[in-house]
Design a protein around this ligand. Structure first.
Ligand code: MG
Length: 330
């Protein structure tokens, strides 16, 4: 097994090689990795651990995976959170109907290793949509098979990024029973299971039969779905990956959620309207400060498609440069 030290050394050699061959311009300059006294003595480079959710690139990456992965390593990314797990075949690809690239866990891991990247996380969702006790065995089958395949991939985390249908508190509690079971299955293989939010998790739901207050000035009734998830899942089995952009889009303050649930939020999605830091609506210095304070395990950069039609690689590279140059990112 490659130990962390060897892994880091290989990674640093690779990245320095990448930087040397890269044309540095004012707009895309990556800061030269800092090598402090300790790391110079031990040969370990003090490199920023920086993850990317590969959904950000979609087909641009999948069309030529080996080349795309090495481009990401050169930008300074160290970790990947992949997507596109195919329930039927156990391979990884894209949900885009035009996609023709499907890879096995073994091949994906090999390609990432060759590029000096670690696949540390994966997003996946069961195709079963009805979260009922009667369907429990179908969820178990899904998560058992997925866990075996993800263990081969060597991930630390498996994360569900989509919200089941929830209309009241009881629906949320039933979903949480299934989340707990998924977490238990993953945990047996040494994988942390988590849930990733969009903005709809910050809708309030009522108890079954409860009616909203007709007075528009009354304080809102009900509980946020995200809060119901946090309170009804077992902290030993389920963690949360907070997407800070979607939290803001849900009219919430990511700092407040991290502050309220420091032991439950373990990962972040670092996301902006497109390139990180460009919109001005995300306070990344404060987000990172809070994240370190609560002992976050890691984060993954994520970009949606660009409305102006620039390539996704451009956005992903500029976002990497933003974080590499940011003194608030360790
Ligand atoms: Mg996200």
């Amino acid at each position: 097994m490659t130990d962390r030290r060897t892994f880091l050394r290989n990674l640093s050699l690779l990245t320095l090689g990448g930087l040397a061959s890269q044309k540095l311009t004012a707009s895309n300059a990556l800061s030269t990795p800092a090598i402090d006294a300790t790391s110079a003595a031990t040969g370990i480079e003090a490199k920023k651990k920086m993850g990317l959710q590969t959904y950000s690139l979609g087909q641009e990456l999948l069309r030529d995976l080996p080349n795309g992965l090495s481009r990401l390593a050169k930008m300074g990314y160290t970790d990947l959170e992949i997507f596109g797990y195919q329930e039927k075949t156990g391979q990884f690809g894209d949900y885009n109907p035009k996609n023709t690239t499907f890879v096995s866990a073994k091949d994906y891991k090999k390609m990432a290793d060759d590029a000096g990247l670690r696949i540390s996380s994966s997003h996946l969702t069961p195709s079963v949509r009805e979260y009922t006790k009667e369907n429990m065995s179908q969820f178990e089958d899904f998560w058992k098979k997925a866990t075996d395949i993800h263990a081969e991939l060597g991930v630390s985390y498996m994360v569900q990024p989509s919200l089941p249908r929830i209309e009241n508190e009881d629906d949320a509690k039933r979903v949480c029973e299934i989340f707990n079971r998924a977490g238990e299955i993953a945990k047996a293989a040494g994988i942390l299971w988590g849930y990733h939010n969009h903005n709809n998790e910050f809708k309030r739901v009522l108890k079954p039969g409860e009616k909203p207050d007709p007075n528009p000035w009354a304080p809102p009734k009900g509980t946020y779905i995200e809060e119901l998830f946090i309170k009804n899942t077992d902290p030993d089995k389920v963690m949360f990956e907070l997407d800070v952009y979607w939290t803001v889009m849900g009219q919430q303050d990511p700092l407040e959620w991290m502050g309220n649930y420091p032991d439950r939020i373990k990962l972040l999605h670092i996301k902006d309207r497109w390139i990180l830091g460009d919109s001005g609506m995300m306070n990344f210095p404060n987000i990172f400060k809070k994240a370190y304070e609560i002992g976050i395990l890691g984060y993954y950069v994520e970009l949606e498609g660009d409305p102006k039609g620039r390539t996704q690689f451009e956005g992903v590279e500029k976002s990497a440069a933003y974080l590499q140059n940011a003194d608030f990112v360790r």
